[in-house]
Design a protein around this ligand. Structure first.
Ligand code: ATP
Ligand code: MG
Length: 277
């Protein structure tokens, strides 16, 4: 079992979108996936067809087999849970007292039950970030190709160092560009700087900005409210068939890179990956 944390210094970069879609894509490859929402926004469930009235989640039931929900997408998930502001404050105070609460919960699950546990977090330095990093074997920092996102990288990578210091089971952090615009000079300049300054950390593919992504989320929100028939942002088809669109293509390459990184007997070398355009 490997634990992967999606983190970011800046909000709205696409952590939830990517975490859900990685999880679904891996499930399509017959990997057993548990997605855990560590974000008080409690939004992940909207991608996964959960009844919006449902209040259950890790804040009430903890991380255990009894708090796991099934989704129609072949993955299982634990929502954050719907709680009041006062309850959230108490919960966060508990997390600060027990920095390995999430890690302990995951370790108490049967390690053979899942191939990957995917953690989604809120942006910036929070108790949830600390918990996620204490549990993670790898972290993916999602960044946009813009100056504001770029500026947050030193802070978030130093938090990763701080919260994973001395851990021999932490295998590293990578930076993944999301929402890469096709025609935007500044975006391309920022991406070049990222590859120049963080070469060894960069995922060798950027996920392009895809307008259908927002439309699908809007649809899934609406669907879950109307009839609980939500669906994840993109519909993945097995690589290489069906990767006809830019973001699906990016994502398929990202998935291959991800599996190569997380596999002990790596089947793919970097040279397999297409050149970045
Ligand atoms: N590749 C993409 N192309 C176009 N839109 C995208 C892409 N990835 C994410 N989005 C959109 O960006 C918005 C923010 O995405 P998301 O909620 O996943 O970000 P987040 O990092 O989880 O945000 P937060 O920090 O608030 O948790 C959503 O409207 C989502 O549909
Ligand atoms: Mg999110």
């Amino acid at each position: 079992m490997q634990v992967i944390a999606f983190i970011s210094g800046k909000g709205g970069v696409g952590k939830t979108t990517l975490a859900v879609n990685v999880a679904v894509a891996l499930a399509q490859r017959k990997k057993r996936i548990l997605l855990i929402d560590l974000d008080p926004q409690n939004a992940q469930r909207l991608h996964l067809g959960m009844n919006p009235e449902e209040i259950a989640g890790l804040t009430r039931e903890g991380i255990s087999h009894t708090s796991i929900f099934d989704s129609p997408f072949g993955i299982q998930f634990i929502p954050f849970g719907r709680i009041s502001e006062a309850e959230q404050e108490d919960f966060e105070a508990e997390l600060k007292k027990h920095p390995t609460w999430v890690s302990d919960g995951i370790n108490a699950l049967n390690a053979d039950s899942f191939d990957f546990v995917v953690l989604d977090t809120p942006p910036g330095p929070t108790a949830y970030l600390q918990q996620a990093l204490a549990a993670a074997n790898r972290a993916l920092v999602v960044v946009l190709a813009d100056a504001a996102s770029y500026a947050t990288i030193p802070k978030i990578t130093s938090l990763v160092e701080q919260y994973t210091a001395g851990r021999t089971d932490f295998f590293g952090v990578n930076l993944l560009i999301n929402q890469m615009p096709i025609h935007n000079k500044l975006g391309h300049q920022v991406r070049s700087s990222l590859y120049a300054n963080y070469a060894e950390l960069m995922v060798p593919i950027a996920v392009h900005k895809d307008p259908r992504c927002r439309r699908h989320l809007a649809l899934s929100d609406l669907c879950s409210i109307m009839n609980r028939a939500a669906r994840p942002v993109w519909t993945f088809k097995a690589w290489p068939i069906g990767c006809s669109t830019a973001s699906n293509n990016d994502f398929a390459v990202f998935e291959i890179w991800f599996l190569a990184q997380t596999s002990s007997s790596s089947l793919f070398s970097r040279s397999f990956l297409p050149a970045i355009t």
